[in-house]
Design a protein around this ligand. Structure first.
Ligand SMILES: NC(=O)c1ccc[n+]([C@@H]2O[C@H](COP(=O)([O-])OP(=O)(O)OC[C@H]3O[C@@H](n4cnc5c(N)ncnc54)[C@H](OP(=O)(O)O)[C@@H]3O)[C@@H](O)[C@H]2O)c1
Length: 273
């Protein structure tokens, strides 16, 4: 792994689970880490742990269930650093939970937090990433993927937590492929991955599943995309752990990607910028 002295990394959802381990590792590798989450106390604890290990870190709070807070997070990141070398869109909600929920903006909650928030945050931080190039975006998706039904993206019919989770994860992958093409030649690459299967995290325990992987395994796979020299210049890829892999068929459907993109630009208000 490359030493990251002088580099800055933002990891969303780094107050818990695999994101927390990734943030701590990035700190040990010398990066200045922008720790993100919605719980200040746990965020400050992660910052303190990174500093105790000799690193540099700062906590940026935001609830990604509101697009206004995503915008505030981007503003806070820009106010904190004049460079951004690594953006890891990791924050997410799992499949557990009884009924359909919506975000502050009225969007289906998993679509909003797991996908739309990272979509908007990436675009808002692109100028900073481009200015810091070579820079990398990593979207933490999942092997749990389900094709998007464009007649009911907000899942008003036939809702299940698993379907909501899986469509949001495929949306992240579709976004990765599109953004990579858009960023060709900019020095900013974007890749996505399934970090590891059923890591021992809050999300997995909440779903009542017995963990079969460690957070360290998932963190290694995320850090591979974020910092491994072998991935320099490579973009638009989906990895299963440490190996390049194929995602759900819909990810390679250019029409589906373009529908998702148009919809996402509209929902996030980016089309008006
Ligand atoms: N665990 C697995 O086996 C597995 C497998 C495949 C993919 N993944 C992906 O890996 C990523 C991390 O998952 P994990 O297992 O580490 O989960 P986790 O332990 O539940 O951590 C999720 C993180 O996201 C944050 N978060 C959730 N909702 C948020 C919101 N509305 N606003 C801001 N932050 C929010 C959480 O903050 P709080 O602590 O405040 O809730 C936490 O920091 C997710 O994208 C997940 O889909 C995980």
């Amino acid at each position: 792994m490359t030493a990251l002295k002088g580099k800055t990394a933002l990891v969303t959802g780094s107050t818990d689970g695999v994101g927390r381990v990734v943030a701590e590792q990035l700190g040990k590798m010398g990066a200045c880490v922008l720790v993100h989450g919605r719980d200040r106390e746990r965020g400050e604890q992660v910052v303190a742990d990174i500093k105790r290990a000799g690193g540099t870190a700062e906590f940026l709070p935001a609830d990604l269930a509101a697009l206004a807070e995503v915008r505030r997070l981007a503003d806070a990141a820009r106010a904190t650093t004049d460079r951004l070398d690594i953006l890891i869109n990791n924050a997410g909600i799992g499949s557990a939970g009884a009924g359909r929920q919506t975000s502050a903006d009225g969007h289906e909650l998993r679509f909003a937090v797991n996908y739309l928030a990272g979509f908007l945050l990436s675009y808002l931080l692109l100028p900073l990433l481009k200015q810091s190039a070579p820079a990398r975006i990593v979207n933490v998706a999942s092997a749990g993927q389900q094709a998007i039904d464009f007649s009911d993206v907000m899942l008003t019919r036939g809702y299940s937590g698993s379907r909501a989770y899986c469509q949001s994860k495929l949306a992240q992958i579709m976004f990765t492929i599109d953004l990579a093409a858009e960023l060709e030649g900019s020095g900013v690459t974007v890749n996505c991955l399934h970090p590891a299967t059923y890591m021992n995290t809050t999300m997995v325990r909440r779903a009542g599943v017995t963990p079969i992987s460690t957070v360290e395994q998932g963190a290694e796979a995320i850090l591979n995309l974020a910092a491994a020299p072998a991935l320099a210049g490579r973009s638009g890829l989906y990895f299963n752990g440490l190996r390049e892999a194929r995602a759900d068929r819909q990810a390679y459907d250019a029409d589906a990607r373009s529908r998702l993109r148009a919809m996402s630009l509209e929902l996030t208000g980016l089309c008006k910028m």
